[in-house]
Ligand binder design. Sequence first.
Ligand code: PBG
Length: 324
Amino acid sequence: MHFPQYRARRLRQHPALRRLVQETTLVPQDFILPLFVVPGQGQRRPIATLPGHEHLSPDQAAEEARMAADLGLLAVLLFGLPAHKDPLGQEAYSEQGVVQQAIRAIKRAVPELVVITDVCLCEYTDHGHCGVVENGRVVNDLTLELLSKTALSHVEAGADMVAPSDMMDGRVGAIRQALDAKGYVDVPIMAYAAKYASSFYGPFREAADSAPQFGDRRAYQMDPPNAREALREVRLDIAEGADIVMVKPALPYLDVLYRVRQLTDLPLAAYNVSGEFAMIKAAAQRGWLNEEQAMLEALLGIKRAGADMIITYFAKEAARLLAK
Ligand code: PBG
């Protein structure tokens, strides 16, 4: 079909017609809302680097979860800022840890909401790395034990799903084994399968107080130039028992997302990370972008590339807009 027999503009002539031929649709159920939990009671402190987000004590996290569910969101993803950090990140796997408390509070208040927990040590270690450090290096296999303990403690507190984000080799298998050994055979794992060493985590590291105190994460997170390697990472996590795989960040890695979509029929998550959120927020604050339109266009792009679900700091705003 060629012009003038075919005119692509015919199907763009009015809004309802455009919607009729729309190939990708966003709904509130697509979004997972990250929450940052801090110790205490009645605490709600704005996070400077994530406008519209707050540090929440467990009781407030439960209220926030209620609000999220009322907006049509199906899931939240929990991060914790402990009272104390130490070399082994012990509060990550303490029964009285902030995340464990928040899980219990949220499941009590909003049992229908899926509670996912980020499993990593960087917020809990004094050196800010995602595992055990020896001689300036993160030791892989020793870290697996602590990650497994962390995941298990989340599940014992009532978490519906665990999401390891540390990028140690073998952690999905180790966590699967640890959960199964305690009878939690039905608790799924969402693996941060292809997670890159990205500068777009900057605002998050301020929010989670998890910046490495020396060096960087390039010896465990993926190197940005590599896409085939992402497929290897995804295959490994699937072989180890991942139930959902993730690509992170999202926008600078849409090609990776698309390739992973072709590789597997497992559910696929994308993490629209803090720096991607910050770019749109900051530009909108200056009047350089229409925030609502830019946000929805970015989220749509991530879904069009193949994501089944999107972890995003825009979750509430987007859900609100889409409900209109
Ligand atoms: C923990 C973790 C990070 C993010 C999610 N989990 C930071 C990092 O790897 O340094 C980043 C999320 C974001 O930027 O929104 N390992």
